[in-house]
Design a protein around this ligand. Sequence first.
Ligand code: 5GP
Length: 209
Amino acid sequence: MNSKGLLIIISGYSGTGKGTVVKRLLEKYDERYVLSISATTREPRDGEIDGREYFFKSKEEFEEMIANEELIEHACYVDNYYGTPKSYVEDRLNEGRNVILEIEIQGALNVKELFPDSVLIFLLPPSVEELEKRLRSRGTETDELVNARLARAVVESESVYNYDYIVINDDIEECVDTINGIIPVEKLRVSHQRSFIKKIEDDLKAYKA
Ligand code: 5GP
């Protein structure tokens, strides 16, 4: 079987709880996934550590990473750059690890172009009412910012059709288990098994009449 890992992209509207879902997925199924740490130019929030949540970069450093082609993709989100480091992701995939990217929609669609075998999962809230409640109860954003994030969700909603799966984040454990259930099935896709199929095909040639 193909020993290459699967590239898994998880996106969702602000407030859907994707950070919590990804954290729980990594805790619960520790051996199965690794998380790619992005680079960003945004300021660290309280409690965030360089190299754990993000690699925090200056604008100049980030632009140098772009120029040196060190990123698979990058996007501008609310006036800051965010990008996925290339070597980490490629090395882990080649080692057979399943790599998770938790990134916004534009970056996700760019990654899909470059890695067509990647699987795109969009997390949805059970309802818009619940989404708004979650955003407001975080208490970290002003009303204006909450409204801006909801307005962005309106724009983003058009792109959900480009994803492979939607998973509803109502019950966290159920959501995590559903995502974990998608992965082995995705790995059986013919498109992901090309090299194994080719090996069998080549070995069969010995029996050609
Ligand atoms: P936050 O500032 O809240 O940590 O992240 C803002 C948005 O940027 C989130 O939607 C998050 O998924 C996205 N994001 C984080 N890292 C990356 C990345 O490397 N590339 C892209 N395109 N988006 C990212």
